[in-house]
Every structure is written in C-alpha cells, then in structure tokens.
Design a protein around this ligand. Sequence first.
Ligand SMILES: *[C@@H]1O[C@H](CO)[C@@H](O)[C@H](O)[C@H]1NC(C)=O
Ligand SMILES: *[C@@H]1O[C@H](CO)[C@@H](O)[C@H](O)[C@H]1NC(C)=O
Ligand SMILES: *[C@@H]1O[C@H](CO)[C@@H](O)[C@H](O)[C@H]1NC(C)=O
Ligand SMILES: *[C@@H]1O[C@H](CO)[C@@H](O)[C@H](O)[C@H]1NC(C)=O
Ligand SMILES: *[C@@H]1O[C@H](CO)[C@@H](O)[C@H](O)[C@H]1NC(C)=O
Ligand SMILES: *[C@@H]1O[C@H](CO)[C@@H](O)[C@H](O)[C@H]1NC(C)=O
Length: 313
Amino acid sequence: MKAKADMNCVGKTFCAFILLTIAVAMVPMDNIRVSKIAGSSVNLTCGDISRADLVSIVWKIRPRTGNHCALAYRMDLNKTDRTNCSERMDWKSSPETDSALWIRQVTLTEEGCYICETATSGGNLHRTYTLTVLVPPEVTLTCDSNGTAVCKAAAGKPGAQVSWDPNGDPRTELENHTDGTVTVLSMYSSKETSITCLVSHPAWNTTQSKECPSDMFLQCFAICAGLLGIFFILVFIFFCKLHCGSIYQTDVTHLWRTEHDCPTAPTHNVQDSNEQQELEPYASYVQKENVIYNTVYEVTVSEDLPPGLQSAT
Ligand SMILES: *[C@@H]1O[C@H](CO)[C@@H](O)[C@H](O)[C@H]1NC(C)=O
Ligand SMILES: *[C@@H]1O[C@H](CO)[C@@H](O)[C@H](O)[C@H]1NC(C)=O
Ligand SMILES: *[C@@H]1O[C@H](CO)[C@@H](O)[C@H](O)[C@H]1NC(C)=O
Ligand SMILES: *[C@@H]1O[C@H](CO)[C@@H](O)[C@H](O)[C@H]1NC(C)=O
Ligand SMILES: *[C@@H]1O[C@H](CO)[C@@H](O)[C@H](O)[C@H]1NC(C)=O
Ligand SMILES: *[C@@H]1O[C@H](CO)[C@@H](O)[C@H](O)[C@H]1NC(C)=O
C-alpha cells in the first residue's frame, strides 16, 4: 500500500518535471532572435492566422531603452491605433490583410522586444521577437617604423575580434560607449617584415584585413630614391663638364697664343686668324672714335678760347 503511494508520488513528480522541462523549452522557442545590421529594414510577422477568425492584432514594442510603443488593429471596427511609435515603424501593408510589422531603418534605439498578440475566436496567440542591431566597426591600422602596429575597430556592436598574422600576443584595450558600441584597440609589436591585422565581426560575412607596409618595401624605396638622386647628380656633373669644358678650351688657346712656345695645331691657327679678323674692325672703330673725340675736344677748346685767338685756329 505504502509502496504504491510512493510509486504514485514518483510518477507525479516525474510528470511534473517533464511538463516543466517542456514549458522551459517552449519559452525560448517562442522567443525568436533577430539580428539586423543598422540601417537595414526588418519585417516581423505574427504567424499564420485565419483572417476569418481574427478579432484584433496588437504589436507591443518594448525597446531596451526609451518608451514603450504599440500598434493595434480591431477587425470588427476596421480601426487602427498607434501610441508613441516612431515613424520608421508601421504595418507592412494594411493590417486587415497583413499583420506584419515593418521597421524601415533599424537603429540601436529599436533594439528590444517585439510582441505580436492576436485575438481570434478560437483563442489568443502571441509571438515574441528579440531584435538585436549589429553595428559594423570602422577599421583603421597605424604602423610605425619600429614594427609596432595599432589596429582599431571603432564603435562596433558587438566588439570586433582582432587577430594578427603572423599570430602573436597583442595588447588589447576595450572602450565601452554609452550607446552599447565597443571600440577595440589591439597593439602588436613584431620583428616580421609584414604584419596584417585581421578583423572579424558578425555584421560581415568575411574577415577584413589590413597590412602594414613592410620594412623591406621602405628600405627598397629608400635605396631606389638614393640611386635616383646619385644618377641625377652624375647627369648634372656630366652636363656641367660638357659646358664648362668648352670655356676651359678657349682659355687654353689664349694661354697658348700668349706663350708662343707651345706647338700650334692647325685648328688653333684657324681660330687665331678668325679672332684677328673679329678683333680688327673693333680696333679701327676704337681709332675712329678717338678721332671723333679729339675733334670734339678741339671744338670745345676753340669755343673756350678768347675771341682774339679764335681766328688763329
Ligand atoms: C519588408 O517589407 C517591405 C514592404 O513590403 C519591403 O519593401 C521590404 O523590402 C521588406 N524588407 C525585408 C527585409 O524583407
Ligand atoms: C508614451 O510616451 C510618454 C512619454 O513621451 C509616456 O509618458 C507614455 O507612458 C508613453 N505611452 C505608452 C503607451 O507607452
Ligand atoms: C478598412 O479601412 C481602410 C482605411 O482605413 C479601408 O481602405 C478599407 O477598405 C476598410 N476595409 C473594410 C473591410 O471596410
Ligand atoms: C621606436 O623605439 C624607440 C626605442 O625603442 C623609441 O625611443 C622611439 O620613440 C620609437 N619610435 C616610434 C615612432 O615609436
Ligand atoms: C566593457 O564591457 C565589458 C563587458 O561587456 C567589460 O568586460 C569591460 O571591462 C568593459 N570595459 C571598460 C573599460 O569599461
Ligand atoms: C558576402 O556579402 C556580399 C555582399 O555584402 C555578397 O556579395 C557575398 O556573396 C557574401 N558572401 C558570402 C560567402 O556569403
């Protein structure tokens, strides 16, 4: 008798446990998680409900931050109502044909719970969504000549995962912003010639990578620039020599002409005669000018003479 009662109790407990497990398992099943990238559009549906049985639909919106809002529709009155809902939130189309909720451009303020409550002649139904907004971070990489690189994934939600190639032991700093976004700073020192920062985030389907310009490249660049500079200096010297060389040659011929003991090449003779021809008209001009100057002088002298002497000249 006692054993039977115990068995009964165990059976009841077991049943209660099963029911509780099912109930617990049912709750997350009912809560649908939706992740959307900031700026994208979202449509949340209430599930398949027969239009004929429908009495009313209410969307209860409970953002993580900010005011609650609601959108309601009553079939019998064909009437819609809304309280406090942002303009970006509305029925996808007319609620009498489609009970889906449409959020045009999700932002972090739209994060939270979205509950669709439908009353039908057969009973009430509700469906709950948890909306999470993903914000892709802005990735920047700064590299210094010491081989230290700082990779920054700014204002991402959730915080980005930063790794390095080659794999190392970076120093990571997190900065939590009030809007829920996180800035991740990863500092890495390496003796390698090239280092790459790899950033992964749920808002992207691929890993973004940024590479530091390698020291090898910088060294090559410096060497190339140096060689180019030397080349230009050589070219300059060459042209200078070419130009200055001709001046030097004429100087030498002058020297040879004054010092008469040098053997005279035929080319120099030609040059000499040319120079003499060039010089001779100049010499005659100088002589003529002297004559003019002399006559002018004589005239002035004659003018300065006392009137008695003028007739003598
Ligand atoms: C949501 O519904 C609207 C209106 O029908 C449509 O323009 C938009 O593309 C839909 N968005 C998504 C993500 O399906
Ligand atoms: C609407 O917002 C106001 C504040 O702006 C708040 O007092 C009120 O309770 C909100 N109404 C609902 C239905 O959430
Ligand atoms: C319900 O109201 C909308 C306008 O709010 C109207 O276009 C529509 O025809 C109405 N439907 C019925 C069945 O009266
Ligand atoms: C490079 O390292 C030296 C010493 O290790 C330091 O004094 C210098 O400031 C560093 N340069 C840069 C650009 O970080
Ligand atoms: C930022 O938030 C994370 C948890 O989300 C926490 O572990 C970390 O210590 C916070 N960092 C700062 C600087 O507050
Ligand atoms: C990643 O996303 C881009 C558009 O953002 C798309 O074109 C591409 O096919 C996607 N790749 C994968 C593997 O999903």
